[in-house]
Design a protein around this ligand. Structure first.
Ligand code: ASP
Ligand code: MG
Length: 416
């Protein structure tokens, strides 16, 4: 017998019929002798519908009231799921985040979980009940309902699992796992049986949107084994089969020696590049450029500064597409004259492609293989950045899919 947390996304909770299927699946796990806590999302489309209503009332809704509103989507889901379980003879009880309580900070619409009280949940589990807890929300010190940001039910589930020291957190979703790359770009992309949480963090932040990134951070910090698996399978499929399906996000110590050097190819179309040309090469320049950008709340990703020639250098960095115009304005209005830059140029049509894998730590030559592959395809590399387990390049967006396919092949990631 183990304590297991299940998380179901909006699609899985999308209709009464689907909720009944979730109940069947949960009941199957409970019948096998496990203690089950379920953390569902709102029914698909519901959070958007609620936020849309707010927008119809006012262009700038109060964040506290937005949370009050958006949190109701999950509250409906948990009650419906409890009813569906009771209807098939299972004892079940639902709780909103504040009833548990899941305590968060007060950053409305993007709150962070601080602590979870497990007393009530444990009592219910010991009494044989399935416990259903709203995803996406908690309560702050002052008693206000908070939400955790879009996709936040993933984080709720992993946090609840960590607080209860569950054996595993199962994230049921409409994809059947994490792939070596997006199967829409590479048709023979392969589902990974395991991925380390560090790799998952890189893949998630690089654009593979299977899980809310904060949930992966939680899984890493609390060493919570987390599995991404399909909710579209027959809910009565054999439990032993289901329990090993999908992709397990694990910890490096667990991974096998023979693991491939590269785990996946991630990409991000949402990139733009800005270059500040002819800036004086002296202390404080990077700070003046990036400080102004940060003050405007714009996130910077890759950064390079060239070798200086005659005391002048060029400074290039990337920002998301939605922030491009704002970043250009900030630089032109607030920075250019102050630092005596010659000019500012930009390219809004670039993409980032990355090879990711913990195997990189113990293998040399990954970068050269990556660069050779891109050169054979005639793809120009505009910027490079690396971490211990990732190499990223910025390229013309026209070549992104070609680059992903070529690298996927070069590193032998295709399915057998
Ligand atoms: N219902 C929330 C959203 O749509 C949270 C979630 O589904 O994870 O973002
Ligand atoms: Mg989601």
């Amino acid at each position: 017998m183990a304590l297991i947390v299940h998380k179901y996304g909006g699609t899985s909770m999308g209709s009464p019929e689907r909720i009944k299927n979730v109940a069947k699946r949960v009941a199957k796990w409970h019948d096998a002798g496990h203690q089950i806590v379920v953390v569902p999302s709102a029914m698909s489309g519901e959070t958007n519908r609620l936020l849309g209503l707010a927008k119809e009332i006012t262009a700038q809704p109060d964040p506290r009231e937005l949370d009050m509103l958006a949190s109701t989507g999950e509250q409906a889901s948990v009650a419906l799921l409890a009813m569906a379980l009771q209807a098939i003879g299972k004892q079940a009880v639902s709780y909103a985040g504040w009833q548990v309580a899941i305590k968060t900070d007060s950053a409305h619409t993007k709150a962070r979980i601080r602590s979870i009280d497990d007393t009530k949940v444990r009592q219910d589990l010991d009494a044989g009940k399935v416990v259903i807890i709203t995803g996406f929300q908690g309560i702050d010190e002052l008693g206000n309902i908070t939400t955790l940001g879009r996709g936040g039910s993933d984080t709720s589930a992993v946090a609840v699992a960590a607080a209860l020291q569950a054996a595993e957190c199962l994230i049921y979703t409409d994809v059947d796992g994490v792939y070596t790359t997006d199967p829409r770009v590479v048709s023979d992309a392969r589902r990974l049986k395991t991925v380390t949480f560090e790799e998952m963090l890189e893949m998630a932040s690089l654009g593979s949107k299977v899980l809310q990134i904060r949930s992966v951070e939680f899984a890493g910090n609390y060493k919570m084994p987390t599995r991404v698996l399909s909710s579209l399978t027959d809910p009565l499929m054999p439990l032993e089969e289901e329990a090993i399906s999908g992709t397990l996000i694990s910890f490096e110590e667990d991974t096998k020696m023979e693991q491939a050097t590269i785990t996946g190819i991630a990409f991000n179309r949402d990139e733009t590049k800005i270059t500040v040309l002819g800036v004086p090469d002296r202390p404080g320049i990077a700070y003046q450029i990036l400080g102004a950008v940060a003050d405007a709340n714009i996130e910077v990703d890759m950064i390079i500064q060239n070798q200086s020639v005659d005391g002048k250098t060029d400074f290039t960095f990337t920002v998301p597409r939605g922030e491009y115009t704002k970043a250009m304005d900030v630089l032109n209005e607030k920075v250019k004259a102050n630092i005596g830059a010659a000019s500012i140029t930009g390219d809004a049509k670039v993409s980032k492609v990355s090879v990711v894998g913990v195997g990189m730590r113990s293998h040399v030559g990954i970068a050269s293989q990556m660069f050779r592959t891109l050169s054979e395809e005639g793809i120009n590399i505009q910027m490079i950045s690396t971490s211990e387990i990732k190499i990223s390049v910025l390229i013309d967006e026209k070549y992104m899919e070609l680059a992903v396919r070529a690298l996927h092949k070069a590193f032998g990631l295709e399915s057998a």
